[in-house]
Design a protein around this ligand. Structure first.
Ligand code: ZN
Length: 151
């Protein structure tokens, strides 16, 4: 069973679209604590629906039904506001091209994606780079990230 807690971020608003996309991220931070603190900081204007810690713990941050602020400007299948249609799932990972994702993270990410697929009509799972290729590279610098594992 997945171990989870909640650290709510104020950075969310109402969705106008239906949940149909999962966007995977790396938080580009050396510490889960720093990331959760940043997501709660009004200056950041950033949030995810969930953060997967290096040890496999999952922190829920924004309720699924709310629009979290993780993807920013982007494009997916003609939609220009990916946040409106998606769930944002972040790996705790420095995203420095060196630090791999842990096996616990890879296992739990599969479980979280499967959990969401059972609840919502998910059309696709993508990396952040796929919806914002000119601005973002995550999560692809994590050496063992393989998008096809979530297809
Ligand atoms: Zn990202």
């Amino acid at each position: 069973m997945t171990k989870t807690d909640w650290v709510l971020s104020p950075h969310h608003n109402a969705r106008t679209g239906r949940i149909q996309l999962i966007v995977l991220h790396c938080d580009a931070s050396p510490s889960e604590r720093a990331t959760l603190s940043w997501l709660a900081n009004p200056a950041s204007k950033v949030s995810y629906h969930a953060l997967i810690h290096r040890d496999g713990w999952v922190t829920r941050i924004v309720p699924d039904e709310k629009r979290a602020w993780h993807a920013g400007k982007g494009e997916w299948r003609g939609h220009t506001d990916p946040n409106d249609l998606s769930l944002g799932l972040a790996f705790a990972n420095k995203h420095d091209g060196k630090e791999p994702l842990t096996q616990a993270q890879l296992d739990i990410a599969q479980a979280v994606v499967q959990y969401w697929r059972q609840r919502y009509d998910i059309i696709e799972v993508v990396g952040h780079r796929d919806v914002a290729p000119r601005r973002k590279t995550d999560p692809y610098l994590a050496p063992n990230f393989r998008l096809e594992e979530y297809a």
